[in-house]
Ligand binder design. Sequence first.
Ligand SMILES: *Cc1c(COP(=O)(O)O)cnc(C)c1O
Length: 374
Amino acid sequence: MQRPYNFSAGPAAMPAEVLEQAAAEMLNWPDAQGRLSGMGVMEMSHRGKEFLSIYEAAEADLRELLAVPANFKILFMQGGGLAENAIVPLNLSGLRAGNGQGAADFVLTGSWSEKSFKEAGKYCSNHIAASSKPDGFTAIPPTASWELRDNASYVHICSNETIHGIEFQSLPDLKALGSKAELVIDFSSHVASRPVDWSRVGLAFGGAQKNLGPAGLTLVVVREDLLGHALSICPSAFDYKTVADNGSMYNTPPTYSIYIAGLVFKWLKRQGGVAAMEARNIAKAELLYGAIDATGFYMNGVARNARSRMNVPFFLRNESLNDAFLAGAKEAGLLQLKGHKSVGGMRASIYNAIPLEGVQALVQYMQEFERTHG
Ligand SMILES: *Cc1c(COP(=O)(O)O)cnc(C)c1O
């Protein structure tokens, strides 16, 4: 059965092959040799050999896919991207100030980095190094304009702003900007869509439900020397060192979400890995932005060098046609295209699990709608 294409921003479309495999294994999980365990994955002890094999394969596959260097730890946590907005300053803000008043700088490019900035203020001195809010979050402030503080432990960016559709096409080189701070990236909504330059990153975090798997799992990739600096008020279960020392099993990890994410990692490897996904994502984004820019009927206001390959907000110039556009899309098997309430209009999230054919179907519908309503 051909399922509709689902353009949700998150929780988002999953590869059908992954859902089919999970369904087949729901009641009785088989190991790699096909030996049946007699249990579903949800029913397994997280410390048993069956689940440990699932966990270890997931971690190894992710390390390979994202080319994570050996001196970085991969942590499977819970709490989502929003909890990390607190957990990161609890762990890193004191890096350079000890347990006193730590400091962190933020570059605001959309709702998510703004949320991170506000939350960090509960735990440390937070400062806006640059912001594109005055332009309605339609661009990335040039790095030369960033006002970085000498005492900041880290600089936070959201490398893909899911709501405003803004993506860093390359990560800032803080050293070249004369900063000693670590770069923290929130890569929730474009992780595994393109390679990461780890030489520029101290810590990356992301909720799984955009591009990796189901909600409930939060991925943290952190350089080892940044562990062990948590503020004394940091909850034990959120101290990265405690989590790392216990192989992400200080408390019960989100086992089923890890299992599903592990199936997605295997699927990504079968697709050719992250470089192959990036090539496809470029082709998908070019096709969709090309259709938006082609006539005056649709529009996207983001600066071209900051347009996200993953989340594409767009507007009908005649907004009174919005409801008709969405109703027709649903009928054509194109789901969840309504824009975020804070931005309005439409948004097509075209994550890894959306094939080129899905974007082709969307573009065809957009052209047809323009012909009949233009
Ligand atoms: C979705 C999202 C979050 C929030 O994730 P939760 O899991 O809901 O806490 C944070 N940052 C970005 C960039 C996101 O897209």
